[in-house]
Design a protein around this ligand. Structure first.
Ligand code: ADP
Ligand code: ZN
Ligand code: ZN
Length: 732
């Protein structure tokens, strides 16, 4: 017997299938991870098929060295999915397989050392005498039992300390196959009695689930229309006939509240996958699915690969979110497309849902590619009232504060009524740049082509791209002036000003800076929901998934930040963000109010957001897309060329452009094709690497993939990196 094996080497030369002999007695199954000899060493490989006849001269074929796990990682359907990804995203086969594979599998499922705390009260005197031991015990208090390796990594400790704790009997270490259930016991909820609209939605999708038909739906429902309850009941239907379901949610809306809603319905038959999990924890969740211990996975992007073998349904919540696209690593896949393909392979049902569908999705729904289901009404409550304030007019009438008079008075009223307020601003830090009033000097990052953001709390200037920081100086380094101007407000500034104007208000802030520590996100959320604060200030982290009845006011401090990004999707992003944040107001019995502050109050994104009219926004936006032939009227491909030598980058970009042109001519395609560039990328330097880009537009996606393949096969100067992104969601 022979096995066809994909080897773990990332190069175009080795991106093919190799034949190995299966030694007598070795129980090889398709989908297994194996070790194989390759150029005088052993490397990892993946068995994608077995055969009796080798297509290759038999005496040259080498033996598989050994099997790495006791079971198959991929079933046939997943291998088919990987093949599709390889072709669709033009990545290596091994990359596609490794994307599907759980991170953490390399540690294996061997027994691991587990630490368990043995005492109920942590001796306080330890905090002085042995602070590290104290820290470890504190950490273990809520997390025990935990893997030793994880403990060591998280707290950065050496084994000596562990041994002392063990000798004192404070902790116990034993070997175990760990499979933690991250899910806490919470009260079960019963299915709600559905509204008429919800009922219709459930009935329609249910029929596809029951017949096992590959149907694709767009559930277009306004914020608060009860989409989640629809998901829950659909999953229930799938489970009843022995099938399982995957629910994809964007990272930022994987809030404790979202998880709670699934767990309270399905108990520990739910696995949760989020990016805060360690590789080991992720592997645990993966095995729960593999071993049939759960029926539902709720998770971010890569949960789409959950290894169910009887998938009935994939739900994509907030389908317009950009986090479904993997933009930083290869393959640059979009979980929405993968989900669609997976449903096709498994004959499962796809439900994409949003209050603000992406233009591409709504366009396809209009054309009948997706079945459109609408939820037009909020459950029991009315939509919030939205007001727009023009900030130039505020300035003209003498108000220089970052709060308009209207928003200010509403905040004041809310504080008096003991109702809660959310203030949204999509930028963190204190001010996005500082400049000298006298000479105009603006401090920039020495590694990136970007101005430094001022962080008030630690008096630092920080680069949001590479993390570079420096202490903020009191005088201008160029002319010595003390007159520094703070421009471009961020969430820290909002917090600062709120505290100045409302010293008695209890304020919380949620952004990247306040949620670095594990669990801090949850803490801020629960504190706010439990009424421990009056005002929550935050970036887009707070725009979704928050369902807090006492929030009756939402203020958008400046809508223009997203509107002015150099990206053809900036209007769409702005409309989506505004609609989503506005949707946080008035979800309880008390009516909600929303104030949007902007300098561009006549922009259609803002006007239609105020009217809460998605279709009107869509009709306006789709016109521009058609005129300029942007998606959905074309596919884009972004090629970024980067390197440390500016000249070399520039020359390579010019060559890349020419190659693209030649290829397009050669392919002699009748479709619309256009090459933009070569030009410096909007952020022209990151981490000391210069960046140029070439953007291709084509009606025919196959043109782009063919070019992608050619471009990636070519030889480049040593330091040059080429990153190709087909259907990018970010072209900065
Ligand atoms: P969406 O996801 O569409 O924004 P949610 O699913 O968060 O909306 O629903 C909004 C609120 O309405 C939630 O508090 C939810 O519990 C409640 N809800 C949903 N469906 C029903 C129903 N059929 N009867 C009563 N309350 C419901
Ligand atoms: Zn100066
Ligand atoms: Zn930088």
């Amino acid at each position: 017997m022979f096995a066809e094996v994909v080897v773990d080497i990332k190069s175009s030369n080795t991106d093919r299938v190799y034949t190995y002999r299966i030694p007598e007695g070795m129980d090889i199954k398709v989908g297994m991870r194996v070790s194989v000899p390759f150029n005088n060493r052993f490397i990892e490989g993946y068995v994608i098929s077995t055969t009796d006849n080798a297509s290759y001269s038999v005496d040259k074929i080498k033996d598989i060295h050994r099997i790495l796990d006791s079971y198959s990682i991929f079933d046939e359907k997943m291998i088919e999915l990987a093949k599709w990804m390889k072709e669709y995203y033009k990545c290596y086969f091994s990359e596609a397989l490794q994307t599907i594979m759980p991170v953490g599998i390399k540690q294996g499922e061997k027994k691991v050392k587990v630490v368990k705390i043995n005492i109920d009260e942590i001796p306080f005197q330890l905090s002085k005498r042995a602070p590290k031991q104290y820290e470890i015990l504190q950490y273990l208090k809520n997390r025990s039992p935990i893997r030793l390796s994880e403990l060591v990594k998280v707290l950065n400790i050496d084994y000596g300390v562990i041994r002392s704790l063990q000798n004192k009997g404070y902790i116990e270490i034993y070997e175990e196959e760990v499979l933690r259930f991250s899910v806490k016991d919470i009260e079960k909820t019963k299915p709600l009695l559905l509204t008429e609209e919800q009922q219709k939605a459930v009935e329609e999708v249910k029929s596809s689930i029951l017949t096992g038909t590959f149907d694709k739906y767009l559930l277009f429902g306004v914020t608060g229309s009860g989409k989640t309850e629809v998901y829950l009941q659909l999953i229930d239907e799938a489970i009843k006939i022995g099938k399982s379901a995957i629910v994809l949610v964007p990272e930022i809306s994987l809030t404790p509240q979202t998880i709670e809603r699934f767990v309270s319905r399905f108990g520990n038959r739910v696995a949760v996958i989020h990016s805060g999990l360690s590789p080991g924890e992720r592997f645990d969740e993966w095995r729960k699915v593999k071993n049939g211990l759960v029926d539902v996975v709720v998770g971010v992007r890569n949960a789409v690969f959950a290894p169910f073998n009887n998938l009935g349904l994939i739900i994509i919540d907030e389908e317009h979110e950009t986090t479904y696209k993997q933009s930083d690593l290869r393959p640059k896949y979009n979980a929405k497309e993968v989900a669609e393909k997976r449903c096709e392979i498994e004959k499962a049902v796809l439900v994409m849902a949003s209050a603000t569908p992406s233009l591409e999705t709504y366009y396809k729904a209009n054309k009948g590619e997706y079945k459109l289901i609408r939820l037009t009404k909020r459950i029991n409550v009315s939509m919030p009232q939205i007001e727009v304030v023009n900030m130039s007019e505020e300035l003209a009438s003498g108000n220089t504060s970052i709060f308009s008079r209207k928003l200010f008075s509403y905040i004041k009223e809310n504080l008096k009524r003991k109702e809660q307020t959310i203030l949204f601003l999509n930028r963190r830090g204190y001010s996005s740049f500082v400049s000298c009033r006298d000479c105009g000097y603006v401090p920039k990052c020495p590694n990136c082509d970007i101005s430094l953001t001022y962080h008030f709390e630690d008096k630092k200037l920080v680069c949001h791209y590479c993390g570079y920081e420096e202490t903020m100086k009191e005088t201008c380094p160029k002319c010595g002036s003390k007159r520094i101007r703070y421009l471009g407000i961020g969430t820290e500034r909002v917090e600062n000003d709120i505290k100045k104007f409302f010293p008695n208000a209890r304020v919380l802030r949620m952004d990247v800076d306040t949620t670095r520590k594990k669990g801090s996100h949850e803490k801020i959320f629960y504190d706010f929901r439990n009424g421990k604060a009056d005002i929550l200030i935050g970036t887009q982290m707070i725009s979704k998934g928050f369902d807090i009845p006492n929030v009756t006011l939402v203020g958008v401090i400046l809508a223009d930040i997203t509107l002015n990004l150099p990206d053809f999707r900036s209007s769409e992003r702005t409309f989506q963000l505004l609609t989503q944040v506005a949707g946080r107001a008035g979800r309880g019995e008390k009516p909600g109010r929303v104030v949007i502050q902007t300098y561009e109050d006549d922009h259609y994104s803002i006007v239609t957001a105020k009217q809460q009219n998605y279709v009107k926004f869509y009709n306006e936006e789709i016109k521009y897309r058609e005129i300029f032939r942007y998606p959905p009227f074309s596919h884009l491909m972004n090629i970024v060329i980067s390197g440390e030598e500016e000249e070399e980058v520039k020359n390579t970009a010019a060559n890349t452009y020419l190659t693209c042109q030649k290829l397009i001519n050669k392919l002699q395609n009748k479709s619309y094709n256009k090459i933009l560039g070569p030009a410096p990328a909007p952020i022209s330097k990151i981490n000391n690497r210069y960046r140029w880009q070439v953007i291709l537009k084509s009606e025919d996606r196959n043109i782009l993939t063919e070019i992608a393949e050619e471009i990636q096969k070519m030889k480049y100067p040593k330091d040059i990196r080429i990153a190709v992104d087909i259907d990018p969601l970010n072209i900065m």
